[in-house]
Write a protein that binds this ligand. Structure first.
Ligand code: FES
Ligand SMILES: [Fe+2]
Length: 427
């Protein structure tokens, strides 16, 4: 086994910490202020605010942020709250409009946040200067098709916050991909338990036995970045060498071979040759499929990649797709989380002239997954089914603190950053 852990951050990692951060409601206020209000937060995808007038609402913890593309094509973000008496201004999750009109007393704002009109203005004896009562803005920026907001006063630029991680992902051109599926599942666990779950491969052999027939979890490469971000890539198009190497390609590997026009029978007794063959074939397909694979390394064409953005985003991706996953904390209950999974796909340039219809978001409780009515893919369903029991176990008097291995280095790194921010030494 040759796991590589590449630490770009130089920070130390805790091996253990108490369960308080997962279960103590008394920490929520500080966590909101010190973690969520001190980092860039992924609000959504740029595809949803491409045209002037497009908007969407991003809810997280106690806040709702309205992201809007104004007539001059500039992107804005505001607290979604009317500056008259505080009503939530926009109730639709997304749309296209020239004005936002409050449902209470009809104060009307432009999509650049400026207050355009307020009925009976002469009745404000103290005066009502429209220019001083516009929507309250927050910082907004984009990276490769994703929209980020920052609720703090003077944030470091998004590019610096993300740091060298972006260089690792340049080849993917996520902004060329289109949303194909959008889901939110309510989970009965703390948001950090979700991030932890997507921060280690220790559990994969046990919880996701199907993975042994498609990836090699023994030879992963882990990256630990500044600001608590992490990454991992795992050889794909192969099998887990902890188990006997099969004589014939597994059904999953056969599927991958057939997808690119290769015959699984040609790999009888040569299962470990599949990974290289897949990369070579995909590169050869660049012309035929009108998708340019030339910027990608062989590893990027075949392997499973997952990069986590601090605090609450998990990006799982390949050359032709990305799943943007996000764990949004509940405002008052440390044991509740909204878990989003937005799937995007890359289509050939020739097909992109007709955009994919934007699917609306499907929202469901985790027990719909337990009942088999909803699925976020078999692997994520297996995680979702388990997470409620992690929270319940942590609430027990019989559990005091977590105890982490180096296979959980990314979990440690995430919590080191959480500690740093909670102690007030973060941004
Ligand atoms: S609260 Fe919005 S117009 Fe009165
Ligand atoms: Fe998992």
């Amino acid at each position: 086994m040759s796991r590589a852990i590449i630490d770009h951050s130089g920070t130390s990692r805790p091996d253990s910490f108490t369960k308080a951060r997962y279960v103590d409601a008394g920490l929520l206020h500080d966590e909101w202020e010190r973690v969520f209000c001190s980092t860039w937060l992924l609000a959504g995808v740029e595809q949803d605010v491409r045209r002037a007038g497009d908007f969407f609402v991003f809810s997280i913890g106690p806040e709702q942020i309205l992201v809007s593309r104004a007539a001059d094509d500039r992107l804005h973000a505001f607290y979604n709250v009317c500056q008259h008496r505080g009503l939530r201004l926009v109730h639709a999750p997304c749309g296209n409009t020239r004005f936002f009109r409050c449902g209470y007393h009809a104060w009307t704002y432009g999509n650049d946040g400026s207050l355009k009109a307020a009925p009976h203005r002469e009745q404000f004896s103290q005066g009502l200067d429209l220019t001083s009562r516009g929507l309250k803005a927050v910082h907004v920026d984009t990276w490769d098709g994703m929209v980020f907001v920052h609720l703090g006063v003077k944030p470091e630029p998004l590019s610096e916050f993300l740091g060298e991680l972006t260089g690792h992902l340049e080849a993917y051109r996520f902004h060329e991909m289109e949303v194909s599926d959008d889901q939110t599942c309510y989970l009965n666990c703390n948001w950090k338990a979700v991030v932890d779950n997507f921060g280690e491969l220790y559990h994969v052999d046990f919880l996701h036995p199907q993975h042994r027939s498609m990836v090699d979890c023994c030879n992963d490469t882990v990256h630990l970045f500044r600001n608590g971000h992490t990454g991992v890539h795992v050889p794909g198009g192969t099998v887990n060498p902890r188990f006997p190497i099969p004589q014939e390609p597994t059904p999953i590997l056969s599927g991958r071979l057939q997808e690119v026009g290769l015959d699984p029978a040609d790999f009888s007794g040569r299962v470990l040759d599949i990974r290289a063959a897949l990369a070579e074939r995909k590169r050869a397909l660049s012309d035929e499929s009108a998708i340019d694979y030339s910027p990608f390394s062989d590893e990027q064409l075949t392997d499973a990649w997952q990069y986590n953005l601090f605090p609450n985003v998990v990006l799982s991706f390949g050359a032709d797709y990305i799943w943007i996953m996000r764990a949004r904390p509940h405002p008052t209950d440390p044991g509740r989380t909204e878990f989003d999974k937005t799937s995007l796909v890359r289509r050939p340039v020739s097909e992109r002239a007709t955009p994919l219809p934007r699917p609306s978001r499907e929202v469901f409780e985790y027990d719909a997954v337990l009942r088999g009515e909803k699925s976020m893919t078999i692997t994520i369903d297996q995680d979702v089914e388990l997470l409620k029991d992690v929270q319940s176990g942590m609430m027990s008097r019989g559990f005091d603190y977590v105890w982490l291995s180096e296979e959980e280095a990314r979990v440690k790194h995430f919590h080191a950053e959480w500690d740093r921010r909670m102690s007030g030494t973060g941004e």
